[in-house]
Design a protein around this ligand. Structure first.
Ligand code: NAD
Ligand code: TDX
Length: 331
């Protein structure tokens, strides 16, 4: 099987490529990635001989058409992915997340290629802290940020291309991922690398916001389950019952790294900051028999801390510029 992986040099896409090469020798992987500030070809160095890497933009219709024509499956991870950036400059989010998805959909439609669309739980907006409800595939879309609204837009394009043109597509909406190879702008790697640098972690607002954490390897096994056994046109929510508030995440990182539990700073809040996300993954578990392998968030976090300690050469080049950007936002 020939798989085109967009965004394969980013956090989740690179982990998907590494997992696929490791576990599926029958799959030929081609990566299409623009290598924006968020992409890093070094993430794929260990499999460079086993894959084809194409540097290019998913909005480049001629390039996309040619690559899709030679594929049996497209798994679309490429996106502008960081909420804080989208509040500062939404323009690349609209371009990559909406126009890029449109460009891919037109190509898979033309060539009759199976398509899997990677999306986020943020399309559903947020939940109250004391609400027992979780997001389900029937929850109405209600995105808050420029990032999540462009992801919601891209999901709706996929649904329309399935219904109107018979495109063979599935969609997954996953909760917050953590693990190796995540950019240091994101919450968990930012705090781990801050502590390594002797800098206190930065918690937005009061730190009570809740995210539903899943290990990136579990996200990617779910993607393969949906690609292989999912129903065309269906949306699957991916989550591992990992709700934790941000303050507890920071306290756990500090504890695992031998620091005092209160050695963090509260900083100004993110505008429009979603309060809580929570996924009901019943459909994925019951229909496709998927189960997460990473049971303990604390153990997964400890392994992630070990990875950042052992791979400073990977993240160090991006740390200074990332913190300089945060400094201009007062965060
Ligand atoms: P990331 O920012 O780490 O990686 C994105 C990758 O896409 C980078 O390699 C970048 O170079 C590439 N890219 C960006 N614009 C491009 C373009 N125009 N053409 C080609 N390549 C381009 O993102 P991530 O965290 O790995 O997220 C991957 C996908 O998963 C996204 O669609 C995101 O919305 C979704 N998602 C992420 C999370 C999470 O917790 N990180 C959770 C749910 C869903
Ligand atoms: O320094 C920080 N301090 C802090 O308190 C940062 C960077 C974040 N936060 C908070 C904001 C969020 O409540 O931590 C939480 C997680 O923040 P991010 O890592 O920026 O993730 P989030 O905004 O929840 O979005 C992530 O999950 C859903 C991904 O970036 C998205 O791509 C995905 O769709």
């Amino acid at each position: 099987m020939r798989v085109l992986v967009t965004g394969g040099a980013g956090f989740i896409g690179a982990n998907f490529v590494l997992q696929t090469v490791r576990e599926r020798p029958d799959v030929q992987v081609t990566v299409l990635d623009a290598l924006t500030y968020a992409g890093d070809e070094a993430s794929l160095a260990s499999v460079a001989d086993a894959i084809t890497f194409v540097r290019g933009d998913i909005c480049d219709a001629a390039l996309v058409d040619g690559l899709v024509a030679q594929s049996d499956l497209v798994v679309h991870f490429a996106a502008e992915s960081h909420n804080d950036n989208s509040l500062h400059d939404p323009s690349p989010f609209v371009q990559t997340n909406v126009i890029g998805t449109f460009t891919l959909l037109e190509a898979v439609r033309k060539h009759g290629v199976r398509y899997h669309h990677i999306s986020t739980d943020e399309v559903y907006g947020d939940l109250e802290l004391d609400d027992p409800a979780k997001f389900t595939p029937d929850t109405p879309y209600n995105p808050s940020s420029p990032y999540s609204s462009t992801k919601a837009s891209s999901d709706l394009l996929v649904r329309a291309w399935v219904r109107s043109f018979g495109v063979q597509a599935t969609i997954s909406n996953c909760s917050n991922n953590y693990g190796p190879l995540q950019h240091v702008e994101k919450f968990i790697p930012r705090q781990i690398t801050n502590v390594i640098d002797g800098v206190r972690p930065k918690l937005y607002g009061t730190g009570q916001n809740v995210r539903d954490w899943i290990h990136v390897e579990d996200h990617n096994t779910a993607v393969w389950a949906i690609v292989e056994r999912g129903r065309i046109g269906e949306t699957y929510l991916i989550g591992a019952d990992g709700e934790v508030d941000n303050k507890t995440v920071v306290e756990t990182i500090l504890d695992l790294m031998g620091q005092d539990a209160d050695a963090y700073d509260l900083v100004s809040d993110r505008p429009g900051h979603d309060l809580r996300y929570a996924i009901d993954a019943t459909r994925l578990r019951d229909e496709l028999g998927w189960q997460p392998q990473y049971g303990s968030f604390r153990e997964g976090l400890a392994a992630t801390i070990d990875w950042y300690r052992a791979n400073e050469a990977w993240w160090r080049p991006r740390k200074e510029a990332t913190e300089a950007k945060y400094a201009t936002l007062g965060r």
